[in-house]
Ligand binder design. Structure first.
Ligand SMILES: NC(=O)C1=CN([C@@H]2O[C@H](COP(=O)(O)OP(=O)(O)OC[C@H]3O[C@@H](n4cnc5c(N)ncnc54)[C@H](OP(=O)(O)O)[C@@H]3O)[C@@H](O)[C@H]2O)C=CC1
Ligand SMILES: Cc1cn([C@H]2C[C@H](O)[C@@H](COP(=O)(O)OP(=O)(O)O[C@H]3O[C@@H](C)C(=O)[C@@H](O)[C@H]3O)O2)c(=O)[nH]c1=O
Ligand SMILES: [Mg+2]
Length: 301
């Protein structure tokens, strides 16, 4: 099977190139490869997909700068909505499957029970709206697809909350973190492993057949916490692993009102995972256990 991964150096794309390698040939394209694949250039997207002729497209690229998106609306929209729309049309044309990732930020965040896939959406920011438009375009395209909504993604590469916290905790005396936004921190490696299981479970005659079990699924680690809770766990586990000294910054809880940002964020965006388990038997690890595994990886370097 030939798999086209969009993105090369992003957190998730990096991990997917490894976990998908055993399915056959993985071609990873981005804005710097030949052929070039720039999701903001629709014509080029179609040409690149046609030249690769994949059996499966896995789109791990996105415009993920949540605050910047409030200003750069056009860019966010092109990369998160229009580019994926072209990918879906090309996938349908080739008879290829499309795996795409979306976000907990499609939800308004005013609930208090985990969101199921069919819960009404209502994004609070440009990033969330652009990701939702990407979902809609894929669903409408007729391409066989899986849309995996994930959340609060971290790992040892790229820009994420874990790396920001480790840096700030080493530099400062106090780190102040919001304690009234709830969600589920999700190790990027877990998303890539689950994706490989999804591909394996969908294999028919040597290629991934996403037509039958396709649709939207929630895929995060299990459990929930606030950003403050996540920061406290990072500090505690990093000290235990010898990655931070016990003189590292202390973590102080603050309300969202004391951390003003251009983009509004949902106060509660925990995702219900039962559809993923019922259909594919996937039960991700609890978020703090995944964090421990990730930090153990860092400590062993
Ligand atoms: N990060 C998170 O917390 C969450 C992410 N998600 C979703 O998960 C998926 C993966 O995110 P993640 O790996 O964290 O994202 P990253 O920000 O780590 O990586 C994004 C990737 O997209 C690429 N990219 C950006 N613009 C374009 C473009 N115009 N054309 C081609 N490639 C482009 C970037 O390439 P370049 O190096 O050239 O900029 C980069 O490789 C995305 O769909 C995201 O929306 C969902 C929930 C949470
Ligand atoms: C750095 C920092 C952040 N915060 C807050 C701001 C924000 O509400 C929260 C997390 O900060 P981030 O910059 O990681 O937030 P953000 O970039 O909005 O994270 C989101 O990214 C997109 C791509 C998604 O899809 C979401 O699931 C989510 O992971 O913590 C503090 O309270 N104190 C701090 O020192
Ligand atoms: Mg961010």
């Amino acid at each position: 099977m030939k798999i086209l991964v969009i993105g090369r150096g992003g957190q998730l794309a990096w991990e997917l190139r490894r976990t998908l390698a055993c399915f056959g040939e993985v071609v990873a394209l981005d804005r710097r490869t030949v052929p070039v694949l720039d999701l903001a250039e629709p014509g080029g997207v179609a040409a690149a997909v046609r030249s690769v002729r994949p059996d499966l497209i896995v789109n791990a690229a996105a415009y993920t700068a949540v605050d910047r998106a409030e200003q750069e609306t056009g860019s966010a929209w092109r990369v998160n909505a229009e580019g994926p729309a072209v990918l879906a049309v090309e996938a349908a044309r080739l008879g290829a499957g499309l795996i795409h990732y979306s976000t907990d930020y499609v939800f308004p965040g005013d609930g208090s029970a985990p969101y199921r896939e069919d819960h009404p959406v209502g994004p609070r920011n440009v990033y969330g709206r652009s990701k939702l438009a990407g979902e809609a375009a894929i669903v409408e395209s007729g391409a066989a697809h899986l849309i995996l909504r994930t959340a609060w993604v971290y790992g040892l590469r790229g820009q994420n909350f874990l790396r920001t916290m480790l840096r700030l905790m080493a530099e400062r005396e106090v780190v102040r973190v919001i304690d009234d936004q709830f969600g589920t921190p999700t190790w990027v490696r877990m998303i890539a492993e689950a994706t490989a299981i999804l591909v394996a479970r969908s294999l028919r005659s040597g290629t991934a057949d996403l037509a039958e079990a396709g649709g939207i699924y929630h895929l995060t680690c299990r459990g929930q916490t606030s950003w403050y809770g996540f920061a406290c766990a990072i500090r505690e586990q990093a000290v235990a692993a010898g990655l931070l000294s016990d003189t590292a910054a202390r973590v102080e809880p603050i309300p969202t009102s004391e951390y003003p940002t251009p983009a509004k964020r949902p106060a509660y965006s925990v995702l219900d995972l039962s559809k993923l388990e019922a259909r594919f038997g996937i039960v991700p690890p609890v978020w703090d256990q995944a964090l421990e595994l990730c930090l153990a990886d860092l400590a062993s370097r």
